[in-house]
Design a protein around this ligand. Structure first.
Ligand code: CU
Length: 119
């Protein structure tokens, strides 16, 4: 089963995910400097966009990890936040490399039908 195979990867992903939330910074932004008023955690950088997707069928703790892994596998995706209830994926991506349709398709292909919130 997919879930069993993902346990090890999932544990690592979950740890880095939690650590990432504690840092309140997107991965890769290690620039130290002004301690004052860093940008909000998920605010897109210049040239990036954020799309919120409805994700159906998540039912246990590993499901969001599967969804996140699927979305992150899409070239151009920068960061992904997944919540189980409600089932949502907030995806930050570079529109020069991918689009919301491809991201939704990748999540759908992983077993969780996904579509944009407003579509
Ligand atoms: Cu599950």
């Amino acid at each position: 089963m997919r879930h069993v195979a993902l346990v090890v990867v999932g544990a690592v992903a979950l740890l880095s995910w939690v650590a990432c939330e504690r840092r309140d910074a997107p991965p890769g932004s290690t620039s130290a400097g002004t301690a004052a008023a860093p940008p909000a955690p998920s605010s897109p950088a210049i040239g990036e966009q954020v799309v919120e997707l409805v994700v159906e069928g998540m039912h246990c703790a590993t499901c969001p990890i599967t969804v996140r892994t699927a979305a992150r596998s899409v070239p151009g995706v920068v960061d992904v936040e997944v919540t189980m209830s409600p089932g949502r994926a907030r995806v930050r991506y570079r529109p020069s490399e991918t689009d919301s349709t491809r991201i939704a398709a990748a999540i759908t292909d992983s077993g969780y039908p996904a579509h944009e919130v407003n579509k």
